[in-house]
Structures are given as structure tokens and as C-alpha cells.
Design a protein around this ligand. Sequence first.
Ligand SMILES: CC(C)(COP(=O)(O)OP(=O)(O)OC[C@H]1O[C@@H](n2cnc3c(N)ncnc32)[C@H](O)[C@@H]1OP(=O)(O)O)[C@@H](O)C(=O)NCCC(=O)NCCS
Length: 180
Amino acid sequence: MFEGKKVRIRALEKTDIDEIMRWVNDPEVIDNLLMRYPVSRYQEEKWIERTLDESNIRHKAFALETKEGVYLGGIGLHAINWENRNAEVGIVIGKKEHWNKGYGTDAMMTMLNFAFNRINLHRVYLRVYDFNLRGIKSYERCGFKKEGVLREDLYAHGKYHDTIIMGILKNEFKKSPNDQ
Ligand SMILES: CC(C)(COP(=O)(O)OP(=O)(O)OC[C@H]1O[C@@H](n2cnc3c(N)ncnc32)[C@H](O)[C@@H]1OP(=O)(O)O)[C@@H](O)C(=O)NCCC(=O)NCCS
């Protein structure tokens, strides 16, 4: 378990499936993710099983909850590259009523601290769609810098959108978010 100021990152449990199914087909949530098709309970159970498989050293995902134990969503490191010491981070707060309360920024800071200071990664990056202003603002506060743009990478809601690549290096990581 890793504790932030407002959140706790804990091991994913098979019993989290009910909470996950509450958001995993919510268009407002998943429009921001790399998900496009409806997800069944069976598919999600399989995803949890793959995630909990300890032999899978390139993919580590966790559950996210408040310090009071209220389930918020998930966060994880994907495509972990142990030679180059980098990984892609993904985050979702599945309960919309918990957006904009600082949980995401705190969770990301906690994950970065783990990535850089516990498992010695060198660079953490993410992909975010250009319309996800909330996400971009939160990542900037965590110290992520815009590294590149995949132009017109996503087709959604009748038009193309850019995917922005943001990244942060270990020596750029500060323990508190920027006040921007
Ligand atoms: C993206 C996400 C993780 C951010 O977590 P969060 O807890 O909602 O974000 P925070 O409250 O920590 O920070 C959001 C910041 O964006 C700002 N913000 C919100 N809406 C905004 C907008 N439309 N334009 C600009 N800034 C905005 C907030 O004011 C806040 O900044 P502040 O702390 O300086 O006031 C969360 O909203 C989420 O899971 N969304 C759905 C899935 C998703 O987008 N996942 C990430 C895919 S890359």
C-alpha cells in the first residue's frame, strides 16, 4: 500500500469487480481512456486475473481509494521497460463525483514517488487526448512535460483529436505538486 496525502494505492482485489463494472461502461469516463467497445464482466474478470498474475512483470495495476477506504478507481504502470527503466502510467477515477477534488493529482504524485524511489524507474510517460483538460492540468501540476503530439490520432464523436505524450524524468520529480 502506498499512502498519499488524500489517497491510498492498494492491491487490486477480485472483489473490486463490482466497483469497476459501475464505471467501465460509463461514456463520460471511458471517452478519456483507450477504451472503445463495451466491456463485459467476463472481460473485466480476465483483465483482473492477468493483472494479478505475478509473472507479468511489465504490467502493474492497483486500486485507488480515499484514506477513508472509499473506492475511487485505478492506477497502474504499463509497458514497463526494465532495461530502459521507463513505463506508461494510466489513471482513472471512475466515480465522477470525485473528480476535481485533488484525488487524481495526489494519486499520480504517489505513483510517481513509487516509480522513481521504490522501483527505480527513470522516466514515466502517459498519453492524454487533447480535450482532456482536467487530466492535462493535473499532470502538469505533477511535473509532466509535453513531449510530443500524435496528430489526429483518435477518431471520436465525429472528428479527429490529437493524442499528447507527456513525460517526467526522475530528476524532475518533486514531492509536492506545482502550484500553477
Ligand atoms: C483525469 C483525472 C485522473 C484527474 O483527477 P482529478 O482528481 O479529477 O483531478 P484533480 O482534482 O487532482 O486536478 C484537476 C485539475 O484540473 C483542473 N480542471 C478541471 N477541469 C478543467 C478544465 N476544463 N480546464 C482546465 N483545467 C481544469 C482543476 O481545477 C484541477 O486543477 P487545480 O488543482 O489547479 O485546481 C480524473 O478526472 C479522471 O479519472 N478522469 C476520467 C478518466 C481520465 O481522464 N483518465 C486519464 C486519461 S489520460
